[in-house]
Write a new protein. Structure first.
Length: 622
């Protein structure tokens, strides 16, 4: 300490001054563009006789380095350069800059922290602070009060009337007991009477010109202010309580203050005490405002001692690390969680502790949306990619699950990196939507049923007439044109008949509605011919059936399929089998002509010779 070589490397000091006192100036600084600190800069040498051995800032630095407590400013480093002395501490602000924005609860916690620091100095270190006032108290980034201004700190054995007289001109005048030099001469006088008096003046100052809010009555602020006022006005120091008695006052026995104090002293508690504390902690915190809890207890609630405790992980963390949604019992809403808890968890992610990392991975999907994409990509993702290389299989497994959850948020290219290719194809069959039918589906279905019934009866009549003609044609077989049994080429009439039969077969594939319309135009068989009656009852009485009247046929030959004429109408519906219907086109017209008999030469030894004579047909064959 005190060497030029102990300067922090990579420190960047801001030009703007935060606070200027009689002995130093306070600045904000940053280390490696990452860690914010506070820097006190003062003169290395002072002309004042009280500071002949060491300057005020140098004494302040030595006492901070020697006396460490959670409620005292944290020492980082100190060095001198030229005629200047530098003291680096944690990031803090003067109390005077933020006191106007604090509520009663925050002030209660702050006074409790200062009082605990004083108890530590007097009971453990056996030293007296001697300068409790506004300028000796600082506020850290989390809102906690930290005791500073330790340039007047003195050990009990060195505390004398001479020391008090020499330092009186530099200390806060309102916090000085006018009879302190007289009281200190008595050996039976408790050494903490100086700081008790100064603390009561501090209580009066922090509540001065402050309107009482609703929390004032709850926390007995008025009673405690009156108690401190009586201490200051009483000149008999034997009636003055000790610092420990002040700490046990009803004002500091509030539930919230007890929770705050318990969390600070958690490492000192037994396992049984921790179990009882965390089992009921959630129910006790529900009675307070969530913003006060997040501001004052946020760092303590996500500390290492809480995250690794088994009872806390079972009974408390599910309500702490899960933002509140509808019908949820969580402590913090998403806005409060995002503002106060997320920044703290972001720092904890860089901690290389397996149990802490496993705890964070367990609840990380619940507060993904409380981080910005920049924080997820720049801070969370690198730590996760580091975690998959660990030898702990459980840690690697949970990390991979979290990386999978990050893909929809950051994208696969950001999460896994590298070039990607489309290696898998989507081979599902493509579905095409069928065109919407123009007619009402229900009416269309019923009309199809009716048309099928009508067509079936008409087909029976047509089949009967065709069978009659077929039997007649079989009785009147034409003569064989050749004696050798060859039928020869098919006639034009037979070809036309075969074409019509093929067309007949394809007509069964037509739309039932089209067949219905075609058959209705052809007409139905007469009741005398069919001998049957068709009784059709509609399926739905509200849907009228449009059935054409039966047409009387003068001749039964009109029912013959050869004589029927089809009427082509424009189709209203799409024919799905249109492309499957064969088209037979005949360019040549077949005319009936007299076919001359021609000689047919057949290269076969078994065929008879038509040009030969009748030799060989003798009587011997009989």
């Amino acid at each position: 300490m005190g060497s030029e070589h102990s300067q922090i490397p990579g420190i960047d000091i801001e030009e703007k001054v935060i606070e200027v006192s009689d002995f130093w100036s306070q600045y904000c600084a940053c280390i490696d563009n990452n860690v914010n600190i506070t820097l006190f800069i003062g003169d290395l040498f002072a002309n004042e006789p009280f500071w002949s051995a060491n300057s005020a800032l140098e004494k302040f630095s030595k006492n901070l380095m020697l006396y460490r407590h959670p409620c005292i400013i944290k020492y980082i480093s100190s060095w001198h350069k030229g005629t200047k002395y530098y003291l680096a501490v944690e990031e803090v602000r003067p109390l005077s800059h933020v006191i106007s924005k604090m509520n009663t609860m925050e002030i209660c916690l702050g006074l409790h922290s200062v009082l605990k620091a004083l108890c530590f100095l007097h009971e453990k270190a056996m030293v007296s602070h001697n300068n409790i006032c506004y300028t000796s108290i600082f506020i850290n980034r989390e809102g906690g009060w930290k005791l500073g201004g330790m340039e007047y700190l003195c050990r009990y054995k060195d505390l004398s009337a001479e020391f008090l007289i020499k330092s009186r001109s530099y200390r806060y005048s309102k916090a000085i007991d006018t009879n302190e030099d007289k009281h200190i001469k008595h050996s039976k006088t408790p050494k903490d009477f100086l700081d008790v008096y100064a603390f009561c003046i501090l209580v009066r100052d922090v509540f001065k010109n402050r309107e009482e809010d609703k929390l004032g009555d709850i926390y007995n602020v008025t009673v405690f202010k009156e108690f401190c006022k009586n201490i200051v006005q009483n000149s008999d120091i034997s009636q003055r309580p000790s610092l420990k008695n002040l700490l046990e006052h009803e004002f500091f026995k509030q539930k919230f203050i007890n929770i705050h104090s318990y969390l600070i002293e958690l490492p000192l508690k037994s396992e049984q005490e921790k179990t009882e504390f965390f089992t009921t902690l959630k129910q006790e915190l529900e009675t307070f405002d969530e913003n006060v809890i997040a501001c004052q207890l946020g760092d303590l609630l996500v500390s290492r001692m809480v995250l690794i405790n088994e009872t806390a992980r079972k009974h408390f963390l599910p309500f702490l690390l899960v933002p509140r949604k509808e019908n949820s019992d969580a402590l913090f809403s998403e806005d409060t969680f995002r503002q106060h808890i997320s920044p703290k968890l972001l720092k904890i992610f860089s901690v290389r502790d397996a149990q802490i990392r496993l705890t964070l991975l367990e609840y990380l999907p619940h507060f993904f949306n409380c981080f910005s994409k920049h924080d997820l990509q720049m801070y969370i993702l690198p730590e996760l990619l580091l975690g998959i290389k660990d030898t702990n299989d459980d840690l690697v497994s949970r990390t991979l699950h979290i990386l999978a959850d990050l893909v929809p948020i950051l994208g696969a290219e950001t999460v896994i990196g590298g070039k990607r290719a489309n290696l898998f194809k989507d081979n599902r069959p493509k579905t095409h939507e069928l065109p919407t039918l123009r007619k009402n589906s229900r009416n269309f279905k019923q009309e199809n049923i009716v048309s099928e019934i009508i067509n079936s009866n008409v087909d029976q009549l047509s089949l009967t007439s065709s069978m009659v003609e077929l039997m007649q044609s079989q009785n009147e077989l034409p003569e064989r044109p050749r004696p050798d049994g060859e039928e020869g080429e098919s006639s034009a009439e037979d070809i036309e008949q075969s074409i019509e039969e093929e067309n007949d077969n394809w007509e069964d594939w037509d739309n039932p509605e089209e067949v219905n319309e075609t058959n209705s135009d052809k007409g139905n068989a007469d009741s005398d011919i069919s001998g049957t009656e068709i009784n059709l009852e509609p399926m739905d009485s509200h849907l009228p059936l449009r059935v054409s009247k039966p047409k009387k046929l003068l001749d039964i030959n009109e029912l013959d399929i050869k004589n029927q004429t089809t009427k082509s109408e424009e189709q209203n519906d799409m024919d799905f089998f249109q492309d499957m219907e064969p088209v037979i086109q005949t360019n040549n017209k077949y005319l009936l002509e007299d076919i001359e008999e021609k000689d047919l030469s057949v290269d076969s030894k078994l065929c008879a010779n038509d040009n030969g004579n009748e030799d060989g047909w003798g009587d011997g064959w009989e």
